[in-house]
Write a protein that binds this ligand. Sequence first.
Ligand SMILES: Nc1ncnc2c1ncn2[C@@H]1O[C@H](COP(=O)(O)OP(=O)(O)OP(=O)(O)O)[C@@H](O)[C@H]1O
Ligand SMILES: [Mg+2]
Length: 272
Amino acid sequence: MRTIAIVNRKGGVGKSTMSTHIAAGLATLGYRVALVDTDSQGHSSLLLGMPDENGLFKLLIEKQPLENVVRLVPTDRYAPTDHPPLGELFILPSSEKTHQIPHQLEPDESFLFLQRMEEMAEHFNLDVAIVDTAPTMSPLDSSVYLATDGFIYVTECERLSFDGVQTAIEHMERFGKIRRKYLQRDSRIVGIIPNKLRADTRLHRHNVSQLAEAFPGLVWTPITLRVLWAEATNVSELVYTYAPSGVEARDAWKMVENTVRMLESWQTAETN
Ligand SMILES: Nc1ncnc2c1ncn2[C@@H]1O[C@H](COP(=O)(O)OP(=O)(O)OP(=O)(O)O)[C@@H](O)[C@H]1O
Ligand SMILES: [Mg+2]
């Protein structure tokens, strides 16, 4: 299983929105996917219309078994009824008790999150886990970074949001060294998604081209700012079911296709 975390140290840029759409899109295409929410805001569940539950806390702190905390997401929550998914989507939800996790983990439990992810991969026969992260760095993030194979950075097309990406990349590099040392595993940037693009502003176009220059080959097609994304969120739907033939769903599919391409190139690199 590959673990991909969706990150930016800046809030409100679209991490949860893109996490759920990538996870659901991959499941629709045939992957067996877990969406893992590590943010106490619990937005992944909210976006999918699933119950607000302290799944991550119960798993890591109360040591409850996986089958008590991981939920299968009903297909009508994320795929149009005439296009049923070929794979399956599970969710490991978070809620307010996620705040307490770092304070209650034992000092020797830095790798517990990784261990539980590996058990989950085996138990549910998963191909990929998509991890939705919180905007503020907490000690829980260290555990998440140690378990993460690849990072997708979601950013608004503004300078302050780019700074959040830069900080997150520095964290990835720091934890990458520990992963290499203790796990002999690399971590990589999967992609950078410029979100909430206002294509009619010169500033946004300029910023996106600067980003592409700084990270050659890693910046994906920007996602335009459109109110339909927020409208879908308002009724706990994804754009795939809310407006399946809209430009928003088309933008979301491009993002999923990019994720698939990266997963496949990863596979090829490993088998060679
Ligand atoms: N392309 C877009 N166009 C318009 N609205 C968007 C777009 N992408 C996301 N949004 C809206 O922006 C808001 C914030 O998105 P989201 O909750 O995904 O951000 P986040 O980075 O997860 O926030 P946090 O840092 O609080 O976890 C939501 O209301 C969402 O519907
Ligand atoms: Mg969020």
